[in-house]
Design a protein around this ligand. Structure first.
Ligand code: NDP
Ligand code: AOF
Length: 252
């Protein structure tokens, strides 16, 4: 082998240095950056550099930003195409997290399912965050799927450390609003998946709670990475950007 051309340098200190090693042993190396390769490795590279899972926050909201009606019911706000897409995302991540409030309200299964209801080949870990116990008959317990990990804490850093120790690289936080707010407050959300349905409720909980923002200059802002129509609904994928980061991240 005379030459190796690579598209992305490895940000993981444990694995870095391959090009130098090859150069030192007579193999020419060339870094030829490619947008496609950078995108392919984005979540993994961000996770490796941050030393924690890459966090995607998913919300399924009405046009007026609500995730449930006033009585707590939320099935379903988005339609089948948007929900099928959300299941594809579940099948691509290492873990899904919800808070105990969502388990109490929705009794979710948290598996990655195909449109015919069958289980996808890859099932993410099912992570429950909060101090309440999960009832024995909760579907998280009774239905087949990924392993259930209950983290009885409110500390987001503790959650991320516990999951990193299990080699979780990508974490999908599916709510509810209390857990979503805690992750945003901690400044660790890398990507937003906002599914928006042309539905109005006029009352009911919003996607996130108080973020301590009292004036528009302090708003948490994101960059639109992708936007697409899914049936009657729209998916906005947004990412953080260093210049737009939450103050707690900028200070770090
Ligand atoms: N449309 C959508 O996208 C979604 C809608 N929903 C809806 O949201 C509603 C539930 O909302 P919510 O109760 O906020 O649900 P959460 O899933 O966010 O659960 C909140 C609970 O999680 C625990 N918890 C975990 N981490 C923290 C933390 N850092 N700070 C505080 N508490 C923490 C607490 O319980 P403990 O006492 O056990 O510690 C808290 O009461 C339901 O109506 C559900 O249908 C939920 C998910 C998605
Ligand atoms: N209401 C709502 C969502 N809600 C989320 O989906 C979970 C249910 O998962 P499962 O039991 O596995 O089907 C629920 O607890 C909540 O986290 N998702 C969406 O794509 N669209 C919706 O309208």
């Amino acid at each position: 082998m005379a030459e190796v051309v690579y598209a992305v340098a490895d940000p993981n200190p444990v694995a870095a240095g391959g090009a130098d090693y090859l150069d030192a042993h007579g193999v020419r190396t060339e870094l030829r950056p490619s947008d496609a390769a950078t995108e392919l490795t984005h979540a993994w590279a961000t996770s490796a550099a941050a030393g924690r899972p890459y966090v995607i926050l998913k919300t399924a909201t009405t046009l007026d930003g609500r995730v449930a009606a006033a009585d707590g019911t939320s099935r379903w706000i988005t339609g089948p195409e948007a929900r099928a897409h959300a299941h594809e995302v579940r099948a691509a991540v290492d873990a899904i997290a919800v808070g105990t409030g969502t388990v109490a309200a929705d009794d979710p299964i948290l598996t990655a399912r195909r449109p015919d209801g069958g289980l996808a080949d890859h099932q993410p870990l099912r992570v429950l965050v909060g101090r309440r116990e999960v009832p024995d008959d909760a579907r998280l317990r009774t239905e087949d799927g990924g392993e259930l990990v209950h983290l009885a804490t409110h500390d987001v850093a503790e959650v991320l450390a516990a999951l990193a120790a299990r080699e979780v690289r990508t974490l999908l936080v599916e709510g509810g609003p209390t857990l979503a707010t805690a992750f945003l407050d901690a400044g660790v959300v890398d990507e937003l998946h906002a599914y928006v349905a042309p539905v109005l409720l006029g009352a009911g909980p919003g996607a996130v709670g108080d973020l301590g923002v009292t004036t528009i200059a302090d708003a948490l802002r994101w960059r639109t990475h992708d936007a697409r129509r899914l049936g009657e609904d729209v998916l906005l994928v947004a990412r953080t950007h260093p210049s737009l980061a939450h103050p707690s991240v900028q200070e770090a």
